[in-house]
Design a protein around this ligand. Structure first.
Ligand SMILES: [Zn+2]
Length: 390
């Protein structure tokens, strides 16, 4: 145990703790009253530095306190947490392992040290080791925390079946509904099965996704992908229309595929009507674009983009209206310049923006790569979202 702590302290110090090596002989000593007094003085000094946000000095003081009184469990926790917060995971691990190596550690403190150790491993990216420690804690007072962390680990390692299992356990513990996440986990499983050309298993997974979250759009989107892959464009189109009925505000996300399928199934007119209706009920630039892609008549395209611009006054709408404006030798230069100006103004405003963390994505995402949230992207590009005040 002493050797472990020595090793920790002997790591190259980035904040000038080299002097500590000279003090480590104290660890070998039994502790008399003076050392305990030194320890508590150093402890309070450390707390003081912590409160005034001087982490370097706090760590110095805590190490001094731990050196003077290695039996003090709380000091180990304070030190370990500080190391972890500073990103010095290896040192945090050493501190917590040092605690766990004590035969006399009470059960409650042992679990507390385990959860701290699991956090060190998690933060250090040692997910398999974190998983092992969190799994050992699922029957303890730290159950909810351990399960929530396990869920994050399974999401990162894309172990979707395990993620479903954990989410269902969290549900049984009374942590609210996890149906939305479970539906996405089933969708991820279905995507994998589709890649393996196991279509009946994929259909089954999508049924389970729908059962977990009856309002979910994504299972219908994936059913459409599979139907189209199997050569059934009409069925694919039916799935997407069904999804848009379920959640009209998500018609924007489906619009480009819907338009393409209407075209593939030779139903231009029906497609135009469907898109006009959606555009009326739940306006979005994606629906306008889909409509423009299906509309054969240039005059109609010009009119519909002008109407959209008049109704919404967005840069996105202006960009489309300029693009569709009647071409003539006179206004060709003006049009080119306007398009350039609009493109520049739109550079950062036509992305989708995560409502939870603000991370921006060029194409619509069900899962935020930054905050790992599910369904955190509103189905509108950020400029339109800001104009509607949603
Ligand atoms: Zn996010």
């Amino acid at each position: 145990m002493e050797f472990e702590l020595w090793w920790l302290l002997a790591l190259p110090a980035t904040f000038g703790l080299g002097w500590l090596a000279s003090r480590l002989d104290l660890l070998q000593l039994r502790h008399d009253g003076k050392h305990r007094r030194d320890a508590s003085l150093a402890y309070f000094r450390g707390l003081n530095f912590l409160l005034s946000e001087q982490q370097d000095k706090a760590i110095d003081a805590f190490i001094e306190a731990v050196t003077a009184d290695p039996d003090t469990v709380d000091l180990h926790f304070a030190l370990g947490n500080l190391f972890r917060r500073r990103g010095e995971y290896e040192r945090a691990v050493r501190v917590h392992q040092n605690l766990l190596s004590r035969a006399d550690l009470p059960a409650a403190e042992r679990q507390r040290a385990q959860i701290a150790l699991a956090q060190d491993f998690f933060k250090a990216g040692l997910l398999d080791r974190a998983e092992a420690v969190y799994t050992a804690l699922t029957g303890t007072a730290y159950q909810s925390e351990a399960l929530a962390a396990l869920l994050q680990i399974h999401e990162r390692t894309r172990e979707w079946n395990s993620a479903i299992d954990i989410a269902q356990r969290l549900e049984r513990l009374g942590g609210g509904s996890w149906g939305r996440q479970i539906a996405h986990y089933w969708c991820e499983i279905a995507l994998r099965q589709r890649r393996d050309a196991d279509y009946s298993a994929a259909q089954d997974s999508l049924d389970r996704a729908g059962a977990a979250d009856p309002q979910a759009v994504r299972p219908w989107q994936l059913r459409a992908v599979i139907a189209e892959q199997q050569g059934d464009s009409a069925q694919a189109l039916a799935h997407l229309r069904r999804a848009a009925t379920l959640r009209p505000e998500f018609a924007s996300v489906l619009a480009a595929d819907v338009a393409r399928l209407f075209r593939d199934t030779q139903q231009h007119q029906a497609g135009l009507e469907w898109l006009r209706t959606q555009l009326q009920e739940s306006p979005a630039i994606e629906l306008l674009d889909a409509l423009l892609s299906l509309e054969p008549d240039a005059e109609q395209r010009r009119r519909v983009s002008l109407q959209y611009l008049q109704a919404h006054g967005s840069l996105l709408a202006a960009r489309r209206a300029v693009e569709q404006a009647q071409a003539s030798p006179d206004n060709e230069t003006l049009r080119g310049a306007l398009e350039q100006a609009l493109d520049r103004a739109l550079a950062n405003r036509q992305r989708y923006r995560c409502a939870a963390c603000g991370f921006e994505a060029r194409s619509y995402a069900w899962h935020c790569p930054a905050c790992m949230g599910w369904d955190t992207y509103p189905p509108r590009r950020s400029e339109e979202l800001s104009l509607t005040g949603a």
